[in-house]
Design a protein around this ligand. Sequence first.
Ligand code: UD1
Ligand code: MG
Length: 351
Amino acid sequence: METSAPLCVIILAAGKGTRMKSARAKVLHEVFYRPMLHHVLDSVAPLEAEKTIVIVGHQKEAVASIVEGWEVICCEQKEQQGTGHAVLSARPLLADFPGTIMIVNGDAPLLQGEHLQQMIAAHRASAARLTIMTTTLADPTNYGRVISDRSGAVQAIVEEKDADEQQRAIQEINAGIYSADAGFLFDALARVTTDNAQGEMYLTDIVGIGVADGLVINKFEHPHPAHVLGVNSRVELAQAQRELSGRRNHELLARGVAMLDPLTTSIGPGVTIGTGCCLGAAVTILGQSTIGDNCVIDPGVYIDNAQIGNGVKVGANSVVLNHRVDDGVRIAPLSLLDGSANAQHKNEEQP
Ligand code: UD1
Ligand code: MG
């Protein structure tokens, strides 16, 4: 089909995130030291879309402020009446847009750009008006289930709250990522109702509408089920943190940084570590810290925004904050080195 049709991306980020049990809008929550929404923006960046629209609503000023500096347009969804309603809010910005629209849930921080690119390529190479991303999970609880016919062709998506027992047993789930031809998308959305358990306009209903119209609807099966995680609660937020931390550690291990216990080691995205370093268990290094070559960081060390030279040994359970450490220095265990402007003052206040 049209392999070079223009592309727009819509990111759904207007929801409150009730299940987080938090005063903050869900997409503002930090995962791996950055707001959840930044991870999603990173995953869509390689798509080089003509327009990237972020749907904002709940705490819209705060959400808009964290996307300042990104090449995106914020679009308000005045009331949060569901994912279908959220996409409809962007219609005025996409009037007469002739291309492909990719919709991405704003609570999916583990996605990677390459899989979104593969999905768009598959969509464009097919006759489908809509392609939905799916995957198969051992525990599909809370996700929309993908209903297919005997040949495997998708028929509908049914939300957990609307599903019967048989449907709930289906393990293929909707990842919340869609590629649609713009004309079909807005035509189908205009026909979505709120006749469901949550009284919302479900974006997922466009699948059944397309099928009823006799259109081709395809699936793109994500090869890595862990990447489609939708963060609805703090349990999933912690799961996302673990996955992103694991990816970062994997990258550092591959570059030759030794870690005695990667599962308890957390190295923030802004940190650089030289060659020949060895990190003990439960080490945390954050902020814009730099660690030179051939350093030994003993277990339980916490480092934030520090510059550590070459050949330094940091003794167990030490804390190094906003501090520069010269080459070859040996820091005793249980040391506190705090170079923050008000560090002395803070220490004096302690009982
Ligand atoms: C949604 C899908 C479900 C899928 C799952 C994948 C629907 C109806 N269900 O469920 O099939 O398996 O994602 O993770 O789409 N949002 C708005 N405005 C609204 C409501 C939501 O912008 O009015 C945003 C939220 O901020 C969030 C995203 O849309 O980023 C998804 O909403 P959420 O409530 O998390 O949907 P799920 O119940 O997870
Ligand atoms: Mg969700």
